[in-house]
Write a protein that binds this ligand. Structure first.
Ligand SMILES: Nc1nc2c(ncn2[C@@H]2O[C@H](COP(=O)(O)OP(=O)(O)OP(=O)(O)O)[C@@H](O)[C@H]2O)c(=O)[nH]1
Ligand SMILES: [Mg+2]
Length: 490
């Protein structure tokens, strides 16, 4: 549900308020329901707010209080309060009406919605209002407008059309500073948030098959990253989409050490068709700042030597002698795309150590260690080893923690400047193109699936599979070339 206050009107309000500020939506009757109780739950004690009404004459009006709302049943004193009109009968026509009786600027009462002035000048509603069609007929009034605010010759009709039938009423918190304002132009503009789009993505993923000549039954995506970044939650979220309800097969949570202790190659089943999908999400343990990263273990996983359900043990590294070591892995055992899972809310505060770990890991995984009969050949410098060329992407998780607008609604992802900033920063840190940074929000506390969340997750997954396909293709080409060389030689 989009916020209705346009950028121009935000700037107008900021000018009247007299400082650089931005607006965070606290309450919106078309989203939260129109009830005094909900209004007070969401707005009491929060700080300065603007209340904005959108009536059926296309007139936009409301009031500003620099003091918090409360439910004490008394007047709120505020020398900085004002009422205002932003738009009249569809035309922008901003007017500010300064407070005259400061002791009666607002009225905080648990039975009433936002109420301004003694008398009152603008009373929005009492109790609960049920929507009819898309209109809320508010039971408040404006006929006493001008009692505590200076109308400068205007009246109830010229400010509000005397009309309390509204399509929406929003209360925004006024926060200091320019803030993470939404961009006028989305930073990625090819997104569609319809249920048709979700269905299309879902069908494409159900139909997905890696290149058949390879007899590769499934594309393998390795999830790798810091503890608590959201690796297991990403699998759980994808699994939930195809399960049709929220599930949490992989353990997730927040602990000092990695919650995931076992290497799992998770498959996903589409419950509506009973079909298994042709990709595997390979979940690993998270790396810790204080523990040296076992790049060798990850190299083994990349090349398909690590068996499903291998129990990680930080004290005992994975070697060729580890039970279950896959000696002659096929292309289908290998990792076809690596997804670095990065907690978006930590991008600005990632320690140098973690950045270095990520970077080292990335460099190491680009190069393949070769093997002799007795095991891995030593004395080789990483940077002189043949390249592995496994495609790399970043799954940027916890978008909801980066930007309040996105927390409210993930469909704001591509108009959020904070998310755009995080994507750029991670792309730069990892030396990857921006298009390889895939923003997602995992399911974590929700009880129901949401279209927007599903779309972001499925788009990210589809990108990983596209990259995996490129890699499998390339591997097939080199295998064919190798076979031909051997044949020609023989
Ligand atoms: N708000 C929010 N929380 C998330 C998101 N993704 C994961 N979480 C939470 O972050 C915590 C860690 O998530 P996990 O999925 O266990 O992380 P992990 O990367 O598997 O962690 P380890 O297995 O310990 O390495 C859990 O409490 C999740 O609920 C997200 O997109 N948004
Ligand atoms: Mg995990």
């Amino acid at each position: 549900m989009p916020e209705l206050l346009t950028q121009n009107y935000r700037e107008q309000l900021a000018t009247w308020i007299g400082k650089t500020c931005h607006f965070r939506l606290l309450y919106k009757i078309s989203r939260d329901g129109c009830s005094a109780q909900t209004f007070h739950q969401k707005c009491d004690g929060q700080g300065p707010t603007v209340t904005v009404l959108y009536n059926t004459n296309n007139t936009i009006y409301g009031g500003y209080l620099s003091q918090s709302w409360n439910s004490n049943g008394g007047y709120i004193n505020d020398p900085y309060a004002c009422l205002f009109r932003l738009q009249y009968n569809g035309s922008s026509n901003p007017l500010k009406f300064q407070i005259t009786k400061t002791a009666n600027a607002g009225y905080g009462d648990s039975n009433n919605g936002p109420t301004f002035g003694g008398g009152h000048d603008l009373k929005t509603f009492t109790g609960t209002i049920i929507k009819s069609g898309n209109v809320f007929s508010l039971n408040g009034y404006v006929q006493n407008i001008g009692n505590s605010y200076n109308l400068n010759g205007q009246n109830a009709n010229s400010v509000t059309n005397n009309n309390m039938k509204v399509t929406d009423l929003e209360v925004y918190l006024v926060q200091d500073g320019p803030g993470p304002r939404n961009l006028d132009k989305p930073w990625r503009d090819d997104s569609e948030w319809t249920s048709e789009k979700a269905q299309e993505l879902k069908e494409n993923l159900i139909d997905y098959k890696p290149v058949t000549e390879a007899k590769t039954t499934a594309a393998n995506i390795l999830l790798i990253g810091q503890i608590g970044a959201g690796k297991s939650s990403f699998f759980n979220s994808v699994n939930s989409i195809f399960r049709g309800k929220i599930t949490s097969k992989a353990c997730s949570g927040s602990f000092e050490h990695s919650v995931t202790t076992c290497y799992r190659q998770y498959t996903v089943k589409d419950f509506s068709s009973g079909k298994f999908l042709n990709f595997r999400l390979c979940d690993t343990r998270g790396f810790e700042e204080e523990l040296a990263l076992d790049a060798e273990e990850i190299s083994f996983a990349l090349d398909g030597h690590v068996p499903d359900r291998y129990q990680f043990n930080p004290m005992v590294p994975f070697t060729t002698d580890t039970p279950g070591f896959v000696r002659v892995p096929k292309l289908r055992d290998k990792i076809h795309c690596v997804a670095f899972v990065v907690d978006g809310s930590t991008v600005d505060v990632l320690s140098d150590k973690t950045r270095k770990q990520l970077k080292d890991l990335q460099i190491r995984m680009n190069h393949k260690k070769t093997w002799t009969n007795t095991g891995p050949s030593t004395h080789q410098r990483w940077d002189q080893l043949p390249r592995r060329n496994v495609p790399q992407v970043v799954l940027l998780t916890k978008l909801d923690k980066i930007c309040p607008e996105v927390e409210e609604d993930v469909t704001n992802t591509f108009s959020s400047s904070s998310i755009s900033h995080a994507v750029e920063k991670v792309a730069e840190m990892m030396g990857l193109p921006r298009a390889h940074v895939l923003p997602v929000k995992n399911y974590e506390s929700e009880r129901k699936l949401k279209n927007g969340v599903d779309i972001l997750l499925m788009e990210a997954l589809q990108r990983c599979l596209d990259f995996a396909d490129d890699f499998i293709d390339e591997q097939l080409d080199s295998l064919a070339l190798e076979e031909k060389t051997i044949k020609d030689r023989d």
